[in-house]
Design a protein around this ligand. Structure first.
Ligand code: SF4
Length: 159
């Protein structure tokens, strides 16, 4: 049995994705025994976000397109985990929330053109989040520890 996993990136610099890929140098073959990355666009061309056991979500939410996809991910995942500070708290991807009035006016046309929300928000503003792995980028030791706990929850022991 393999656990179906999705890795999703919203508004952010995607450094936790890089951390995960670096971890694969050490863990790819081990993980391959019990994890199926069903959605991971950095690795694969064909992706499927339906019927996931665990969805890992990095980045903050900046527009309705991202929010709508996040809602679909939630509907299709047994467990949803926020990855990195941007997903957990909105920061630092939400820097523009704190721009002064003049700077906000200066970027106003960009927000309109790309249909962005006035504010960038953490994912928990829109969906229930089962767990949080903070850090900028994510704390890799904590990720490995928590991944092992999640896999135990899904019946994979000694992962
Ligand atoms: S938490 Fe840090 S490393 Fe992760 S996406 Fe945000 S800015 Fe980048």
């Amino acid at each position: 049995m393999k656990i179906g996993v999705g890795w999703f990136s919203f508004t952010c610099c995607e450094d936790s994705t890089i951390v995960l890929i670096e971890l694969m140098n050490d863990y790819f073959f081990k993980w391959n025994e019990f994890l199926e990355f069903k959605y991971f666009r950095t690795l694969k061309g064909k992706n499927d976000f339906t019927n996931l056991d665990i969805a890992f979500v990095e980045g903050a939410i900046a527009n309705s397109k991202e929010k709508d996809f996040l809602l679909k991910i939630r509907e299709n995942s047994k467990k949803l985990v926020a990855i990195g500070s941007c997903a957990c708290t909105g920061s630092p991807a939400n820097q523009r929330n704190f721009f002064d009035k003049a700077t906000k006016e200066e970027i106003g046309h960009i927000l309109i053109r790309f249909e962005h929300y006035d504010k960038v928000s953490p994912i928990s503003d829109f969906v229930h989040v089962d767990d949080f792995i903070p850090g900028c980028p994510m704390d890799e030791k904590l990720f490995l520890k928590k991944l092992s706990v999640y896999l135990n929850e899904f019946g994979i022991l000694n992962a």
